[in-house]
Design a protein around this ligand. Structure first.
Ligand code: ZN
Length: 383
């Protein structure tokens, strides 16, 4: 058995989909009993206790935090998959024992529990915690910074989701993007940044057989307000993970597996880990580009418009009955030849109706797009 086949039968199936809050993870943490060391280093702005999990007793200290942006849950699911892997007693025992003696891993699985509950990027005060590294104005920011100061990590993992709009020059979606954040405005390759780059080079090489040409590199413009940049600036190697879109995987259940595999590789759980040495390879990882719409309907006409155009549709994520609805809306009308759709329809020759109307505008919600001539359906929401 390899780690990938283990995963298929043993991942944390109690966590599914995009909506993940303390309500979902606290029962799981309780179910581990004393097999996981859990503490609460502080509370959110609305007084929710922020859980911290500590695993291992090794000399290499790692600090990971997920859902700093409350609606970015994919990496949280992958962390709980990792906990299952570490906790089981059937397979990979040698690698796990090595991990536990090598590392002490501190995990804040939901740093922003108020945002997670409301499915917002920001915290309860509407603050983006990833722009609060200097001000430290929010309780959640201070929990993270005080922990960082206390445990003095050797490596930080800043765990996020990115939108479906990101793709690569390969024409494929950016299923995972990494960044070794800059430590200054000149983007100097500091010793800390170099460590992060080398680890990313290793992760990219490892992931290619799974998601060929779907690993990207995030923009490295320096911003001291961003936590990753601030920690890198403080001399601690920091890696940004951005879990992104895999074909048809809006629930991010497939991407989640690749994040888990990346974690397990990073922690040597696949056996001996080769150390990549060529930092320059980091810059060969393709940069993220905004090249995708969720849906593109091409070459259609509206009643009073003689020129064919393309309809770009995006899904907004709406929390409804404790689930995320993907609600389509018109994002752009015009020539979208520079974009790809995760789903594309060729409407050549069609005169279209949007919600049975002859006109539409950017921002309008879409329930159906049909061909006026024969009433055939070109698009209905299907996620
Ligand atoms: Zn984020």
């Amino acid at each position: 058995m390899n780690v990938s086949t283990w995963y298929a039968a043993h991942f944390e199936s109690r966590l599914r989909g995009r909506y993940l809050s303390l309500k979902h993870i606290n029962p799981l943490l309780n179910s581990y009993g004393n097999r996981l060391e859990i503490s609460y280093p502080g509370s959110s702005e609305l007084g929710k206790k922020i859980p911290l999990i500590k695993i291992g007793q090794g000399p290499k200290i790692i600090l990971a935090w997920s859902q700093m942006h409350g609606n970015e849950s994919t990496t949280t699911k992958a962390l709980f998959d990792l906990f299952r892997f570490i906790d089981q007693k059937d397979d990979f025992q040698e690698a796990i024992a090595h991990f536990l003696h090598t590392y002490t891993l501190y995990v804040l699985p939901i740093l922003n529990p108020d945002g997670a509950e409301r499915y917002t990027r920001e915290n309860a005060n509407g603050v983006d915690l990833n722009r609060d590294a200097v001000l430290q104005s929010q309780a959640e920011s201070r929990v993270l910074r005080e922990l960082f100061n206390e445990i003095q990590p050797h490596l930080c993992l800043n765990l996020h989701d990115q939108r479906t709009i990101y793709g690569l020059a390969t024409g494929k979606p950016a299923t995972i993007s990494f960044l070794a954040p800059a430590a200054d405005s000149k983007r100097t390759v500091t010793p800390a940044r170099e460590v992060a780059m080398q680890k990313i080079v290793g992760l990219n090489a490892f992931l290619q057989p799974f998601i060929s040409h779907q690993v990207g590199r995030y923009d490295d413009t320096f911003n001291a307000n961003c936590v990753g940049d601030a920690f890198q600036q403080a001399g601690v190697p920091t890696i940004l993970f951005e879990a992104g879109h895999f074909q048809n995987d809006y629930e991010r259940e497939i991407t989640r597996k690749f994040i888990f595999l990346a974690f397990s590789k990073l922690f040597g759980l696949h056996g001996a880990s080769e150390i990549p040495s060529d930092t320059n390879q980091y810059f060969t990882i393709p940069e993220n580009q905004i090249i995708f719409k969720d849906v593109i309907i091409r070459n259609v006409r509206f009643n009073n418009n003689a020129n064919p155009l393309d309809i770009g549709i995006q899904f907004s994520e709406v929390l409804k009955n404790e689930q995320i609805d993907f609600m389509p809306y018109i994002d752009e009308l015009g020539n979208l030849s520079n974009y790809r759709g995760h789903w594309e329809v060729d409407g050549e020759g069609c005169t279209v109706l949007v919600n049975s109307q002859q006109n539409t505008n950017v921002g309008q919600q879409v329930s159906i797009i049909s061909n006026k001539t024969d009433d055939s359906v070109l698009f209905i929401p299907k996620i």
